[in-house]
Design a protein around this ligand. Structure first.
Ligand code: ATP
Ligand code: MG
Length: 216
């Protein structure tokens, strides 16, 4: 079966070497949690995968696109708009717009439709007409995840996606993400400090001593 996410021979350093010759591969329906101490490089790996930061060595293939840092502008745009769903710690909601308008942006970009059932599950279906500033931090977080999923991405990249949420909400958002991954034959790469959240994924790796060790 073809891999959706494939990273090989990746090395990167800023001031110090973060990791040397690391690799990962994910097939459709698989999910991978990256655990590791603060500063070990989890977010940096997600930045490589999300087209934002070329690694100093190595190669990344996503979906049917080989070596993402050598793609044409047109292929790169296609990758960002249709294939990747990036859920990062800081959520970029448009504050001048209401909840509905924020979701419609995703519909426009990806030519998809808002999934009202998902909004019900996320507990934000009643907020559609509210301005972003009127939402709690946790509601904004759930909205930003809902907006990413509205694009129906094939590859989800999530950096502590449930960081601001209470345990119950975090677990329910995680289980929604994982059922999305199964239903859409997508793949999820998740950076987290939370072992309980990591355990929900099909695979777990630990970033330690400049290398990725598979622990599940
Ligand atoms: N753009 C950058 N320029 C220089 N150094 C950077 C840059 N981005 C990250 N670093 C450094 O690289 C290291 C890894 O950072 P990264 O954010 O990937 O860690 P992390 O594992 O995600 O940590 P946390 O668990 O705290 O989120 C840190 O020492 C950080 O200071
Ligand atoms: Mg991080």
């Amino acid at each position: 079966m073809e891999y959706l996410v494939e990273m090989c021979g990746v090395s990167h350093k800023f001031d110090v070497m973060l990791y040397d010759d690391i690799a990962m591969r994910l097939k459709p329906t698989q999910s991978l949690a990256i655990l590791g101490a603060s500063g070990s490089g989890k977010s940096t790996i997600l930045n490589h995968l999300s087209t934002l930061l070329p690694p100093q060595k190595g190669q990344i293939n996503l979906a049917h696109l080989h070596d993402i840092y050598s793609l044409s502008e047109k292929q790169l745009l296609h990758l960002r708009q249709k294939i990747l769903g990036i859920i990062f710690q800081t959520h970029y909601l448009f504050r001048g717009f209401n909840v509905m308008q924020n979701l419609q942006i995703a519909e426009l970009i990806a030519h998809t439709q808002i999934d009202m059932e998902m909004l019900e599950e996320f507990g934000i279906a009643h907020t559609l007409k509210q301005q972003i500033g009127e939402l709690s931090g946790g509601q904004q977080q759930r909205l930003s995840i809902a907006r990413v999923l509205t694009k129906q991405p094939k590859i989800l990249l999530a950096d502590e996606p449930t960081g601001n949420l209470d345990k119950d909400t975090a677990m329910s958002i995680m289980s929604y993400l994982l059922s999305y991954v199964k239903k859409h034959e997508a793949a999820l790469v998740l950076a987290t400090h939370d072992k309980e959240i990591a355990e929900l994924c099909t695979h777990i790796v630990l970033l330690e001593n400049k290398t990725l060790n598979q622990i599940k």
